[in-house]
Design a protein around this ligand. Structure first.
Ligand code: COA
Length: 213
């Protein structure tokens, strides 16, 4: 038998563990879904919080993003999908969340995440940040990459839920029809030849400044 010394074997704190998973979720990807599933292995409740992120110009509205999250998580009663403005720590305080979960996909995530975790601890020491290891096959996914693939008619089926994939294709088709995006280049599957090269985000005026990979 293992000697546990004077440490109690179980925590005396029996309050339900409410975890918070915040992000832009523009849109929710299989990577986010993976983290949500993992969090539910130890948390009693999870609040997935869609940020009104002032640093990003989203493709989908906050309401659309919340709808996608509810759908892809199968309306699990342990999950509450909310939106928030302002500081994460204030939202955590107001909702009773004690743990803030974050995924560390690569070493490159670490510096940024470590800095935010320390800032959040400075602002609210009661909120504990828990870094999770995502599944290996989702570590390369980011919402902005998914948007880029979808925008050029690429296959996003292994990256997002079919509902989200359809919504992406519909949104970009509507933007092209409205002249907000140029026609697809001839090389894009099913695209219309244009004779002009696409030039990344500059043509849409997309000024996303958030970390994307
Ligand atoms: N799987 C797949 N993708 C992941 C992922 C995972 N496990 N973890 C992160 N990502 C992606 C996201 O999709 C996002 O992609 P994108 O930039 O292409 O959209 C990117 O990695 C960054 O994710 P994240 O760090 O969660 O940024 P975010 O913009 O989605 O959310 C907030 C950041 C909202 C959580 C953060 O800015 C915040 O807390 N804001 C409130 C203000 C505040 O309190 N700031 C802290 C004190 S200064």
């Amino acid at each position: 038998m293992t000697d546990t010394g004077t440490l109690p074997v179980t925590s005396p704190d029996r309050r339900p563990l409410v975890a918070l998973y915040a992000g832009s979720f523009d849109p929710v990807t299989h990577g986010h879904e993976d983290l949500i599933k993992r969090t539910l292995t130890f948390a009693d409740r999870l609040i997935v919080a869609v940020a009104h992120n002032v640093n990003k110009q989203p493709l989908f509205t906050v309401e659309e993003r919340m709808h996608f999250i509810r759908e892809v998580t199968g309306n699990d009663p342990r999950i509450e999908v909310r939106s928030f403005r302002g500081l994460l720590v204030d939202f955590a305080r107001d909702t009773g969340a004690r743990v803030n979960v974050r995924g560390l996909r690569a070493v490159s995530d670490f510096e940024y995440e470590f800095q935010i975790a320390l800032m959040n601890r400075h602002l609210r020491p009661e909120l504990e940040t828990v870094f999770m290891t995502p599944s290996l096959d989702t570590t390369y996914i980011s919402s902005s990459m998914v948007r880029e693939v979808a925008r050029f008619n690429g296959d996003v089926s292994g990256l997002v839920h079919p509902l989200v994939g359809d919504a992406l294709m519909t949104r970009y088709a509507a933007m092209r029809a409205a002249g907000e995006l140029p026609p697809l280049p001839a090389t894009a599957k099913g695209g219309t030849p244009t004779g002009s090269a696409e030039t990344g985000n500059a043509e849409t005026g997309n000024t996303e400044t958030g970390r994307s990979l």
